[in-house]
Structures are given as structure tokens and as C-alpha cells.
Ligand binder design. Structure first.
Ligand code: UFG
Length: 333
């Protein structure tokens, strides 16, 4: 079976490519390298190209027997989406429709979609289950919810089967140390805390300390990248077996505050570093925790790295053994 991974050079996509290759699938990555890295694609065939270009997609589908598409090529910054909404609607929605339409032209019937907790907006209750109302509060969340709507309509009208996987906070790195998170600029909490621990960053700024949480900082549900990728494989099996589409919230069901993440990082790394209190970051809900019972029940999904320490440990390994070396190579010229 050939699987096309669109955005396979990015953080989540590159881990997915590794898992798929290890499971014996024939993997092809399509990525325009606008945010990903060629050297993160360590398995299968690599095609540099744009998913917004129907001619590129036609070529890929004509030249390969693709049965499944997994789509990771989205922009993910909430703040950026507020400043540049056109960029988000174009890449995350319009280009995804271009991809889906190409799949229909070439009779490719299964699609796995990276959705997000951001489709729910400010939660009415936590943990958030699949039935929670969907009311995004930023263009990023809207662009993803619009794709979910499109997928629901394409399922009914064209029989395209899909799984929408709503990630909470993807974190951690490949436990073998081959891959990890490499955003530029980095905005996510765990990699930034670890940059402070390794000395690549002067301090970690805590955005807000007056949220209605136990210690006043925001609470998030961190999920290890490998567990997230496992859920993709299980979701694919499910939609193929049941010949139906599905949606799942993916997280560990346990929330950690920004302060707890910082404390855990001190514990895991054995390093102390400077913590600076800063203003709230616009658009941050106080608490985002997943109710992932449905994924556990229907997919038999069992997260392996469910504790925060092992998530941080794998990310720390990546920080010191890859990112620090890269940045010192860069400094030396
Ligand atoms: N934070 C800090 N300091 C930092 C960076 C982050 O205090 O330097 C805080 C944030 O304010 C937030 C928490 O740490 O409270 C987690 O922030 P991240 O940026 O790591 O993650 P988000 O929860 O903002 O983002 C995640 C995904 C997004 C997705 C969003 C949905 O990474 O792609 O959830 O709400 F859009």
C-alpha cells in the first residue's frame, strides 16, 4: 500500500513517515520545504512540490499507486493566523481542497487530517470530548474547522472516507533521537523551556499568571509525538475497516500548567534557568484538556509516553544531541 504524506518534512509528518516505513508501508513525502527540512525525511521517496498546485498533485497520483493521503502541511501559529488570515485560509483550507479534489480525480479514497483543539475555541467544559461545540476564536482554528466541514460533505457526496484527528499539544521527540521538533521561529512551550535549560536562550517567559487555574498559569494536555502518530495508523485501519469517516480528540486527558512544565523540565534536565513573568499571550484559553475516551474505545489507542517526564526527556535528548549541535555549527560558520 502506498501512502502519500503531505508535509512529511515537518515535525509531525517526519515522525509519521518513520512510523509508516517501520510498519512496512510504501511512503512518499510531498513537501515544498517552506517550513520543513529535507533531512527530516529519512524514509521513502521525497518529492519537492506544492500541494496547492493541481499539476504537481496529478503527477504524483498518476505516477504512484496511492491509496491513502495523510495531510500535515498546515500553518500552525495562532498569533500569525490573526495577523495574516489570508495565509491561513489559503494554505490550510484552499490548498487542502485542491488536494482533496485531486484525490477525487484519481480515486484515492482515504484521508487522514491533522485537526486541532483550536476548533473548539474557549471551552465550555473540560476535558473536551468530540461533542463539545465548535466555535474557534482565531483564523487558524476556523481554517481547520472549515476543512472538517468539507470532509463531512465530501464523505456524504463522494464517499471520501476521512479521520479528523484533533491534536491537543503535540510534544516530545523520536525516542531513537533521529527526529524532533524544529520550528523556526519556535513558539511552543516545551522546546523553548529546553532551550533555556541548554543555555541557548536567556530565559523562559511565562505568559500570564492570573488565569483561573491552580497556579494562575495556563494548563495544557501534552501528547507525545509517537503516541500521536500511532493514533493515525489506528484511525486509518478503522476508517478502512468500517468504510466510514470519524473524528477523534487526542490527548492524555491530564493537564499541566506552564509552571508545572517548567518544574518538570528542571527535574528532567537537572538544569536551572531563568524564568521571567510576562503578559498574557492573546488568544490563549486558560485550560485545554482532551477527553480521548473515544479514541481509546474505538481505536484501542494506548499512549505509551503518557507522563510529562518522558515527553520532556525525549525532547531534551533532541535539544542537546541535535539542536544544540546544529546551532553551534551555524555559529562556527
Ligand atoms: N507559553 C509560555 N511561554 C512561552 C511559550 C508558551 O508561557 O514562551 C505558554 C502559552 O501561553 C500556553 C502554553 O505555554 O499557555 C502552551 O503554549 P504552546 O505555544 O506550546 O501551545 P498552544 O497551546 O498555544 O498551541 C497548541 C498547538 C497549536 C494549536 C493550539 C490550539 O501547538 O498548534 O494548541 O489551541 F493551535
Amino acid at each position: 500500500m502506498s501512502i502519500l504524506v503531505v508535509g512529511g518534512a515537518g515535525y509531525i509528518g517526519s515522525h509519521m513517515v518513520k512510523l509508516l516505513a517501520g510498519s512496512g508501508a510504501d511512503v512518499i513525502t510531498l513537501d515544498n520545504l517552506s517550513r520543513g527540512y529535507r533531512d527530516a525525511v529519512k524514509y521513502g521517496e521525497f518529492i519537492q512540490g506544492d500541494l496547492g498546485d493541481p499539476a504537481v498533485l496529478d503527477d504524483v497520483f498518476i505516477n504512484n499507486q496511492i491509496e491513502v493521503v495523510m495531510h500535515f502541511a498546515a500553518f500552525i501559529e495562532v498569533g500569525e493566523s490573526v495577523t495574516y488570515p489570508a495565509r491561513y485560509y489559503h494554505n490550510n483550507f484552499t490548498n487542502t481542497q485542491t488536494l482533496l479534489d485531486a484525490m477525487l480525480r484519481h480515486d484515492v479514497g482515504y484521508f487522514i487530517f491533522s485537526s486541532t483543539a483550536a476548533i473548539f475555541g474557549e471551552p465550555d467544559y473540560t476535558p473536551i470530548d468530540e461533542k463539545h461545540r465548535k466555535l474557534p476564536i482565531n483564523p487558524y482554528g476556523h481554517s481547520k474547522l472549515m476543512v472538517e466541514q468539507l470532509l463531512s460533505d465530501y464523505d456524504k457526496a463522494y464517499g471520501l472516507r476521512s479521520a479528523c484527528l484533533r491534536y491537543f499539544n503535540a510534544a516530545g521527540a523520536d525516542p531513537d533521537g533521529d527526529l524532533g521538533e524544529r520550528h523556526d521561529p519556535e513558539t511552543h512551550l516545551i522546546p523553548l523551556v529546553l532551550q533555556a535549560a541548554s543555555g541557548r536562550r536567556e530565559d523562559i517567559k511565562v505568559f500570564g499568571n492570573d488565569y483561573p487555574t491552580d497556579d494562575g498559569t495556563c494548563v495544557r494536555d501534552y501528547i507525545h509525538i509517537n503516541d500521536l502518530c500511532d493514533a493515525h495508523l489506528l484511525a486509518l485501519e478503522r476508517i478502512q475497516k468500517t468504510d466510514s469517516s470519524a473524528q477523534y480528540n487526542l490527548g492524555n486527558g491530564k493537564g499541566f500548567s506552564v509552571k508545572q512544565v517548567i518544574d518538570a523540565a528542571r527535574e528532567v534536565t537537572g538544569k536551572d534557568f531563568k524564568v521571567t513573568q510576562d503578559e498574557r499571550r492573546p488568544g490563549d484559553p486558560a485550560v485545554l484538556v482532551a477527553d480521548a475516551k473515544l479514541a481509546k474505545k474505538e481505536l484501542g489507542w494506548r499512549p505509551e509516553y503518557a507522563d510529562l517526564e518522558s515527553i520532556i526527556e525525549t525532547a531534551w535528548n533532541w535539544e542537546i544531541n541535535f539542536l544544540c549541535k546544529k546551532s553551534s555549527d551555524k555559529e562556527q560558520g
